[in-house]
Design a binder for this molecule. Structure first.
Ligand SMILES: Nc1ncnc2c1ncn2[C@@H]1O[C@H](COP(=O)(O)OP(=O)(O)O)[C@@H](O)[C@H]1O
Ligand SMILES: [Mg+2]
Length: 235
């Protein structure tokens, strides 16, 4: 079943045309990465899907429902969870309080979450339950941010460079945790520059450059395509 679908999307920031005719599909249960160099348009694509930046033209559908023109809170209510590239934790609230802020009542298009269930995925957070958010490491903050988004019961997760700037050992941990989420049936779309991480967690890839999709295929096909890798990715 088709889950998330963008067709011919154009996005502008004021007078700057950023996304050109972007089309992509993510099927239920899939994990797909959007790869590209810095400034390629990955974040803008995720923001457009989430309704944070309007698509000037084109169509976006989720589970058959049009997202075009909808507000981010409505899109979240339909079951789309967005984890931005900056970690928006509240430094003066505890880990548990930060998670509780993610609770959204009255919808459950994805698996249902509690603080304890989030701790099962991110056991590192258990001893930090009463620690203030401001005292967490970068990796812990990233897990907390993902956990808070899960508390809204999404069925689709949009993750913007989840392992950027975290230590290699934490990248391994996040890899296992994200694979667990995938195993629970969550559908995931990543923006990513880290090809190695993408390889571990994704089924398929789209490559974006200068706001245009230049390639799409399986991770295996991308791995075998030296031209695409050297032209559009940092490898
Ligand atoms: N708020 C903004 N206003 C104007 N231009 C922006 C804004 N945000 C990003 N851009 C530009 O849009 C392009 C794509 O940026 P972005 O989507 O952040 O790329 P990526 O996430 O792949 O690094 C870049 O050229 C960037 O400078
Ligand atoms: Mg970005």
């Amino acid at each position: 079943m088709l889950y998330l679908e963008a067709q011919g999307v154009h996005t502008w920031y004021d007078t700057s045309h950023i996304l050109f005719d972007v089309s992509l599909e993510v099927h239920e249960g899939e994990s797909v990465c959007l790869l590209g160099r810095n400034g390629a348009g990955k974040t803008t694509t995720l923001k457009t899907l989430m309704g944070l930046v309007p698509a000037r033209s084109g169509a976006i559908r989720f589970n058959g429902t049009s997202l075009t023109g909808r507000e981010p809170y409505e899109i979240a209510r339909l079951g789309v969870g967005y984890v931005p590239d900056e970690r928006l934790i509240f430094p003066d609230l505890t880990v548990r309080e930060n998670l509780e802020l993610g609770i959204k009542k009255g919808r459950a298009s994805g698996p249902s979450w509690t603080v304890e269930r989030v701790y099962e995925i991110f056991p590192v957070l258990i001893p930090l339950d009463r620690r203030l958010g401001g005292y967490l490491s970068g990796g812990e903050q990233q897990m907390l941010t993902i956990g808070r988004t899960l508390m809204g019961h999404p069925s689709l997760l949009l993750l913007d460079e989840p392992v950027e700037g975290v230590a290699p050992v934490v990248v391994q941990e996040l890899t296992r945790q994200i694979l667990k989420l995938k195993g629970m049936g969550l559908t995931i779309l990543f923006a990513e520059q880290n090809m190695h991480f993408a390889q571990e967690v994704s089924d398929r890839a789209y490559v974006i450059e200068k706001g245009r999709i230049r390639f799409h295929g399986t991770m295996h096909e991308l791995q075998a395509n030296d031209e695409v890798k050297s032209k559009y990715l940092m490898i």
